[in-house]
Design a protein around this ligand. Structure first.
Ligand SMILES: Cc1cc2nc3c(=O)[nH]c(=O)nc-3n(C[C@H](O)[C@H](O)[C@H](O)COP(=O)(O)OP(=O)(O)OC[C@H]3O[C@@H](n4cnc5c(N)ncnc54)[C@H](O)[C@@H]3O)c2cc1C
Length: 393
């Protein structure tokens, strides 16, 4: 433990995202005298992205894929404020909250994820289900599944967006709907599943991975409409730019991410899409007392796709950077690897692995993914073990 009094006493974390859960534990394990860590969280249960498709497919219960921030804060001695941050007063060093007084900071870190970008598609806000925020998305999926088991429930499901999220989501939803419909005595063949994407599916993955997923879609009788841009969504139709229409009882949108609107008023440097511009130390490029990580940050020197895996990996360097900065030291640089092993599930307990030009598939890869995901979750959910570490540190 470092006994030197920190120069920065109030460390405020906005959002309980993947990077911040690690920061809570890491800072609790090496406290500095007089330093207080505060977490401002809009949602008290934070979802782990790697397990979401498994929740939708029915392989996990929702609580297995969520971290309880109240328990984690209690064990790590963090002050938890259940509120939504909606601004920064950087001159006064205050985090502004919706409906509550501001919170003072010496150092602030932002890990609040993305917001859905529905506005480019006419009618999407009224008629589609957006995947973010995940909490309300899972509730809407539960409602959709319950309705689909009714005699006159939705049968024609369309997903828009051909990235890994959209592909996994539709495959997982199909697995679940067919299993539940079967159990409810419904005709599973009455369902149709269509994925529409304006480029090719899994555009950031190699050709063999794309071909494998096209084969999976075909084998399940699912319809893939690549290189088609959606113009509008109505109550029962998806309308493409070409004028073609697709009948739809439920539409899920997993397209582009938008930055939270409040970033624009902070005066912090932003990238072209409005995300917080950070350097290799995860500090804002124009305010070294502001850190950001995960989907809401844009690493200007080494841009990476927005994926939970990078948010998870940012946790240790972010914690270290905050700790060093609190002691008046320069944070170390972090250069995330350019490629990562993606294990993309096919809805069943089966996954396809993708990394660079590498591709493999099998049930064993799902087992490996399950092991990796559960191991990560245990670090933040097993609060008894955490209490023992804290006591023995
Ligand atoms: C269906 C689906 C499946 C996915 N599957 C995968 C996958 O298998 N692998 C993968 O790598 N990625 C996957 N992703 C992407 C992944 O979810 C994101 O990249 C990841 O969640 C980003 O983590 P984060 O920490 O940046 O933000 P988040 O996980 O979104 O966490 C942000 C947190 O901040 C809180 N918050 C937001 N705004 C505020 C505010 N104003 N004030 C206070 N708190 C706030 C939220 O409540 C939330 O807890 C998937 C995404 C979806 C939608």
């Amino acid at each position: 433990m470092n006994s030197a009094a920190p120069m920065a006493k109030e460390i405020v974390l906005i959002g309980g995202g993947h990077a911040h859960v690690h920061v809570l534990v890491n800072l609790a394990l090496r406290p500095l005298p007089g330093m207080r860590v505060t977490l401002i969280a809009r949602d008290l249960a934070t979802p782990y992205s790697g397990m979401l498709p498994g929740v939708i497919a029915g392989h996990y219960r929702a609580e297995q894929a969520h971290i309880d921030l109240e328990r984690l804060s209690a064990v790590t001695g963090t002050r938890l404020i259940h509120a939504q941050a909606n601004g920064l007063d950087r001159a006064g060093k205050l985090v502004l909250l919706a409906g509550l007084p501001p919170i003072a900071y010496d150092l602030v870190s932002i890990d609040v994820g993305i917001e859905p970008s529905l506005s480019p598609i006419e009618g999407a806000a009224a008629h589609a289900i957006a995947v973010k925020p995940i909490g309300s998305f899972l509730q809407k999926i539960d409602i959709l599944i319950a309705r689909a088991c009714a005699p006159d429930g939705p049968r024609r499901i369309v997903a828009i967006g051909g990235g890994a999220g959209g592909v996994e989501l539709l495959l997982s939803l199909r697995t679940r709907l067919i299993a539940d419909a079967h159990e409810a005595g419904r005709e599973a063949g009455a369902f149709s599943f269509t994925l529409v994407t304006d480029g090719e599916i899994l555009a950031t993955h190699n050709d063999r991975v794309c071909a494998a997923f096209r084969r999976v879609f075909a084998a399940r009788g699912m319809i893939l409409r690549e290189n088609r841009r959606v113009r509008a969504i109505t109550a029962d139709t998806v309308i493409l730019e070409s004028g073609e229409t697709i009948a739809a009882d439920a539409v899920l949108v997993t397209t582009d991410a938008a930055a939270p609107a409040w970033f624009a008023d902070t005066g912090l440097d932003l990238d072209a899409k409005g995300f917080l511009a950070v350097g290799p130390t995860l500090q804002s490029t124009n305010d070294s007392d502001v850190f950001a990580a995960g989907d809401c940050a844009a690493m200007v020197a080494s841009p990476r796709e927005k994926a939970g895996v990078y948010a998870v990996r940012a946790g240790p360097p972010l914690a270290d950077g905050l700790h060093r900065r609190a002691r008046g030291l320069r944070p170390n640089e972090w250069h995330p690897q350019t490629r990562h092993l993606a294990l993309i599930s096919t809805g069943e307990r089966y996954a396809i692995a993708s990394r660079g030009i590498f591709k493999a598939e099998g049930a064993w890869l799902w087992t490996l993914k399950d092991w990796i995901d559960r191991r990560w979750m245990r670090m933040y959910k097993d609060t008894d073990a955490m209490t023992r570490w804290m006591a023995g540190r």
